[in-house]
Design a protein around this ligand. Structure first.
Ligand code: ATP
Length: 564
């Protein structure tokens, strides 16, 4: 063993790691090669781990309160040791970039030798690696503390790491990394599917419901579903079903040498993402069995988005998704466009004939958006097509079999239209095999709204972009007549103005009021355009550089300048 005598005394984990580094054939004096992912692959990884990244964002106030100007960076790496998020002090950030502490870099022990991320992953235990304790000399300028994040069933999911200059590391960095990973683990335990009970155990009442208390998720009948790492240590001595039978909800009860608290897990909010999962899963199952789906929701609630997601996951994903906006079809051509026509079927028709949207959807999904706009004559014909699964194009006599699934959508109250005689009742029942109602944003529970905002920020601006404290409440309280479409636009503009970092109140465009939707959208577009022109000026008109700084593609930049 060649662990240098001059460096701080190693623990057993460090010694094992040094031995492994030697076994991997690494040379201490060589330049460490962190094997960076391409930007596209990094985005895919971040997408794959977006739930963990969302939970991390929720734990971020722990880091921010503690950091208070300390020169250090917080990193989150996945179970392969690849950094998916790097945030914190920017001054140290420059050094961090040089030392490959940026997103996309891999800190697996196999390539980087002993280091906090790689070693915490292989040991599945927290660790601090200080200066020269790093196996590679190249990494001796930093000190790092890392704590693994484990799933409720004990699988390794990733690691939280705090890095600083070698001489500026303090013991509370490991503590902060530990608290953050515990708080992520607890969130994962609490959201276990099918969990009805959450059981907290701690040595005293004050410790209950702290991140370091033991937390166990149980099914209604007491069957164990998951536990955090503290609870896993106690599981061998614990009979959850017996404990459940003994405890009463909400009462502190002595347990062993400590205290136990049983709480009923709040029923999942009947809010979008949860409902989206449950009802969407049901919708998908039915769609796969050929049952027509009807999506109802105000403008911008995500009807189109939902259909595209369903199509991608459905058995018909390899077939076409043909989306038809029934409100945009010219009245005199509705039937020709939908059902197709034979060559020269009518004056002004295509010489070669027309396939029509229905036949184009063969082996795929036909999405009839704004179905309430379909004229009554076309409704009658559509009903026949749906009943017979065959279409007779205009000017033809023979029915042609077509294999397709239908999803219809409307923001209008179709039942009221049926009552008024503006929509055929039999067609309504035919289309309404299963109804998915997409709620307006104003009905979203706070947690569902927050999840959506976090998802949109990640998608639009990447991992560093988030809201400053208090802004989530401001956004949640707004009226959002344009629903997700409008929220998305607000976040798009705010994120650009915040340079993809922390969105402060000043970055938010004036929040919409119901009467001014169009105007507000226009305001957003103008604000975006002003910001883009400013960045372009700063870059002396260099479009590629401006696009890079704004974090958008050149095509998007041009489109935004044209008011898109
Ligand atoms: N669940 C979601 N996650 C992220 N973005 C979403 C989601 N749902 C909708 N969006 C975004 O919101 C915008 C509006 O969505 P979509 O076009 O699906 O709404 P819609 O209900 O079909 O609207 P309309 O009735 O006006 O046609 C789109 O930019 C879409 O990408």
């Amino acid at each position: 063993m060649t662990y240098p005598a001059s460096t701080p005394q190693p623990g057993e984990r460090l010694l094992r790691s040094w031995q492994r580094s030697q076994t991997f054939g690494l040379q201490r004096g060589h330049q460490a090669d962190p094997c960076c992912l391409s930007p596209a692959e990094l985005r895919r990884r971040q997408q794959r781990h977006r739930h963990l990244l969302t939970l991390l964002q929720r734990a971020m106030p722990l880091f921010e309160q503690w950091q208070q100007g300390r020169p250090c960076r917080l990193l989150f790496a996945d179970a392969d040791g690849t950094i998916l998020l790097s945030t914190g002090d920017n001054h140290f950030g420059d050094r961090a970039r040089r030392l490959a502490l940026a997103t996309g870099a891999s800190w697996h022990e196999q390539t980087m030798g002993t280091n906090a991320i790689g070693t915490a992953l292989l040991e599945q235990q927290e660790i601090s690696v200080l200066g020269e304790q790093h196996y590679m000399h190249a990494n001796a300028a930093i000190s790092c503390s890392a704590s693994p994040v484990l799933s409720p069933t004990g699988e390794l999911l990733g690691v939280i790491n705090i890095s600083s200059e070698a001489g500026e590391h303090s013991a509370d960095m490991l503590l902060t990394a530990r608290l953050m990973s515990l708080s992520m683990e607890n969130a994962l335990v609490s959201e276990q599917q099918d969990a009805c009970w959450l059981l907290s155990l701690a040595s005293d009442a004050a410790g209950l419901q702290q991140p370091w208390s033991a937390l166990i998720a149980l099914r209604e009948d007491g069957q164990l579903l998951g536990a955090n790492r503290r609870a896993r240590q106690w599981l061998p001595k614990l009979d959850p079903a017996a404990l459940l039978a003994r405890l009463r909800q909400g009462e502190l009860t002595p347990w062993g040498d400590g205290m136990a608290l049983l709480s009923r897990r709040p029923a999942p909010a009947r809010s979008r993402p949860v409902a989206e999962n449950a009802t969407e899963a049901a919708g998908l199952k039915l769609l796969n069995h050929g049952v027509p789906l009807l999506l109802q929701g105000e403008t911008g609630t995500g009807k189109d988005h939902t259909v595209r997601r369903l199509h991608k996951q459905s058995r018909r994903a390899q077939g076409p998704l043909v989306a038809v906006n029934c409100g945009a079809l010219p009245t005199e051509l509705v039937e020709a466009e939908l059902f197709g026509h034979a060559p020269g079927a009518f004056t002004g028709s295509h010489k070669a004939g027309r396939t029509g949207y229905i036949r184009a959807a063969h082996q795929g999904i036909l999405f009839l958006d704004e179905i309430g706009e379909l004229p009554l004559a076309a409704q009658t014909r559509l009903l026949r097509v749906l009943q017979e699964k065959a279409v007779v194009p205009l000017g033809c006599h023979e029915p042609e079999p077509v294999d397709f699934c239908v999803v219809a959508a409307s923001h209008k109250d179709l039942e009221a239209m049926v009552r008024d005689g503006r929509f055929r009742e039999d067609l309504y029942f035919r289309l309404n095999g299963y109804k998915l109602t997409l709620p307006p944003l104003r009905d979203y529970a706070r947690s569902a709204f927050e999840t959506l905002v976090e998802r949109l920020l990640l998608e639009l601006h990447g991992e560093h972009c988030r809201l400053a404290a208090g802004l989530m409440d401001t956004l949640h309280a707004s009226s959002w007549p344009g629903n997700i479409r409008q929220l998305r636009q607000v976040l798009e503009v705010a994120g650009i103005l915040a340079d993809g970092g922390v969105i402060e109140a000043g970055h938010l465009p004036e929040l919409p009021t119901p009467a001014r939707t169009q105007e507000a959208v226009q305001d957003l577009k103008s604000a975006t355009e002003r910001q883009i022109r400013k960045v372009l000026d700063d870059c002396n008109g260099n479009v590629s550089e401006a696009a890079r700084r704004l974090g958008i593609s050149r095509t998007t930049l041009y489109a935004r300048l044209k008011g898109g």
